[in-house]
Design a protein. Structure first.
Length: 705
């Protein structure tokens, strides 16, 4: 009886399951998204893949390979590829996309590249003309292909990350039509070599795209795909500033930078001087400035558009602007003053934007009101800063107080800006980008707006307490400064749109206590052309050590490195890096130690980094005072107001090149020797040690030429 009842229940359950599939399942199937359509296009002519040397702009169309990153690993280049007859309807939804390369050479050097598209409806093929690739407008969307795994097997296929965001931006253009062509560009550092059309046409780069036609069914609510994110709106009260310098050249590079700036649609543009090359003349000022930036200029009298209803373009004078300026008892005159309508005496002035207040200073030696820290002009600035109610007071002028570039520092402009209340200082004159730290205040050299780029000829000349944090001179570019009521972010982008540097400082603009400054982990800048970068990690338990300052006792087995307070004790930390393959006497262009945060502490922390003044240092031992008793280098680097660390995030020291340079310039230094760094200071930041996690131990990264 019980068995019969059980059978009846099973039969009833089976009928319910059958009814589900008959009546409910078909509607579920009908609501599923169909498979995407997949198409491919291979580079199919000699002029559809090309290489452009970054330094000279020369373009080659007949190479037998495509070297992503650098030709021969040293000459940075931009690679362009054009793919034709893409049968994708305008507005289609891109599911995914990638480029397939065939390996042509075996390489394992660290390689990082950025991939973008040409912002064009139907781009033309490449030609053998200077800057024919770099002069093309690029998409806002980009894809980073970082730390590309080694390519060691010849003829093996390698695939990029998903390029769907780039392709989507292109096919969404109003002028895109099925059957059009598109261009993809690749730029970066390191080297990976792929077959080109001229090397092996059947194995030239292949673009593969999967897409859904517009109007395709969408998934049911039980499996809703994540929508393509739209740009995040900026918080209420945000002010966005573009910063350009040494730009007024009316050439391709100025146009590239202007395209970058205009893509941001900033609220205001400020300049760090040399607005009108070569001599600041009336005949060149509009082609050099208005042609590219008229939409920001108030009371615009030029020939390139209508200008702005209110002025949003705030220049500072450079030495080239001064070539045609004359001054007398009634003030100064020249094309600059005729062209712009600016506050105060127009040579130096301030602009109150509410959240931000701008101060343009004249740093030229001919300035009638002087340029010393006790001049009439300086007294004016001090008084204006004292009266400011803005959260962020930003000062900009031409000649940099601190610079590692060709011209170097202008000592007469070392005014006490921070003491007077300045948040940051922006300069030009050296045609490159450099971020420096002077006692916790950021100084920016930003002169890469269009004029020919300079080299870093004054490395190691900065005074004590000033550190060169980031340096870049591989391409032109501009800064984007974004200020909100809670923080201000300083970013530098090159003309290709690649983010080179980002630095954020938190601040409570509502009047509460100011938090400790925080910094976005800085993207490592592209090393200069012809340079070599090595990375050496702490490799044994005895290669990082903590010494109790009062007792001298040494710990070699701690699971972390605490800089420099551990509970109630203060300590000195030592790190040894073995096998440093830097030849004796080479020029160190950049060096830093990368830590992985092990704990989060809010303490105000200031550290000083020394080297051990020895040719080939031994490992640490448990002998008392084994860290602090080592002879220190004369050079040291200060890392002040260190941001609060987040566990698991990488943090980099300021540039340690003065310390490393002193060591490898010792008469007894030999490539492959070991060196040690000793850290003292106050506060508390905690990083992983070798014993805490060998893969997270401290790394020393050195770039040399």
């Amino acid at each position: 009886m019980e068995t019969s009842s059980l059978k009846s229940k099973l039969v009833f359950l089976s009928l319910l399951i059958l009814l589900f599939f008959v009546f409910l399942r078909p509607s579920k199937i009908l609501s599923q998204t169909p498979d995407p359509i997949t198409i491919s296009s291979r580079v199919n002519s000699s002029s559809d893949d090309a290489e452009e040397a970054i330094d000279s702009g020369s373009v080659g169309l007949s190479s037998t390979d495509l070297e992503l990153g650098a030709e021969g690993g040293t000459v940075l280049q931009l690679v362009g590829m054009r793919f034709n007859n893409l049968q994708i309807p305008q507005g289609a939804t891109i599911a995914n996309a990638h480029i397939e390369f065939e390996v042509d050479e075996s390489q394992s050097a660290p390689t990082f590249v950025t991939i973008r598209g040409e912002s064009s409806d139907n781009p033309v093929t490449f030609i053998n003309q200077t800057t024919n690739i770099s002069s093309r407008l690029v998409t806002t969307a980009s894809v980073s292909w970082d730390n590309i795994p080694p390519w060691t097997v010849i003829s093996e296929k390698k695939i990029t990350p998903d390029l769907g965001s780039i392709i989507q931006e292109i096919v969404n253009r109003p002028g895109w039509t099925s059957g059009n062509s598109l261009v993809i560009t690749i730029k970066g550092t390191g080297i990976r070599t792929a077959e080109s059309y001229n090397g092996e046409a059947p194995n030239a780069p292949l673009l593969v795209i999967s897409y859904f036609p517009s109007g395709a069914p969408t998934l049911t609510p039980t499996s809703t795909p994540t929508p393509t994110p739209s740009p995040t709106p900026f918080p209420e009260g945000t002010i966005r500033l573009a910063v350009i310098g040494d730009f007024g050249t009316d050439n391709t590079n100025e146009a590239r930078v202007a395209n970058l700036v205009n893509s941001w649609n900033p609220d205001h543009v400020i300049t760090t001087g040399d607005n009108n090359y070569p001599d600041g003349e009336a005949t060149t000022i509009d082609p050099n400035i208005g042609k590219y930036y008229s939409q920001y200029i108030g009371n615009y009298q030029g020939f390139f558009g209508l200008g702005s209803a209110v002025n949003r373009f705030w220049p500072s004078l450079g030495n080239h602007d001064w070539h045609t300026i004359t001054c007398g008892i009634n003030g100064c005159s020249g094309a600059y003053f005729d062209y712009f309508t600016l506050p105060n005496n127009e040579r130096y002035y301030d602009v109150d934007l509410g959240l931000v207040r701008l101060y343009s200073i004249d740093s030229e030696s001919a300035e009638p009101d002087g340029r010393s820290a006790t001049s009439v002009q300086a007294n004016w600035l001090q008084n204006q800063l004292a009266s400011s109610n803005s959260c962020y007071d930003l000062v900009f002028f031409h000649h940099p107080p601190y610079s590692s570039g060709l011209h170097g520092s202008t000592t007469s402009m070392r005014w006490p800006f921070a003491t007077w209340g300045t948040e940051a200082i922006f300069n030009g004159h050296d045609h490159l980008y450099e971020r420096l730290d002077a006692g916790g205040t950021p100084y920016f050299v930003n002169g890469a707006g269009g004029a020919s780029l300079y080299t870093f000829d004054n490395l190691g000349t900065l005074p004590a307490g000033v550190t060169s944090v980031v340096r870049y001179n591989e391409d032109h570019g501009a800064m984007l400064v974004t200020a909100t009521s809670t923080n201000i972010t300083y970013e530098f982008y090159n003309a290709q749109g690649a983010l080179i540097d980002s630095y954020t400082v938190a601040k409570d603009c509502a009047g509460g206590p100011t938090p400790t400054p925080t910094s976005t982990p800085t993207q490592t800048p592209t090393p200069p052309s012809g340079s070599t970068t090595i990375t050496v990690q702490v490799a044994t338990s005895s290669d990082d050590a903590e010494e109790n300052v009062s007792r001298g006792s040494i710990s070699l087995t701690s699971s972390d490195l605490e800089f420099t307070t551990d509970g109630t004790k203060t300590q000195t930390v030592g790190m040894r890096f073995a096998g440093v393959t830097v030849p004796s006497g080479t020029a160190i262009t950049d060096a830093y130690i990368q830590f992985v945060a092990n704990e989060t502490q809010p303490d105000v922390t200031n550290l000083t980094f020394y080297g051990q003044a020895v040719d080939n240092v031994p490992s640490f031992t448990t002998t008392k005072f084994n860290v602090s008793s080592r002879t220190k280098t004369l050079s040291s680097v200060v890392w002040n107001a260190i941001p609060v660390w987040t566990v698991g995030v990488n943090y980099q020291t300021p540039n340690l090149s003065p310390v490393i340079g002193e060591i490898i310039n010792r008469p007894g230094w030999v490539s492959g020797n070991a060196l040690a760094i000793v850290v003292t200071g106050t506060g508390h930041r905690t990083a992983y040690s070798y014993d805490g996690g060998s893969t997270k131990a401290a790394k020393l990264v050195i770039t040399y030429q």
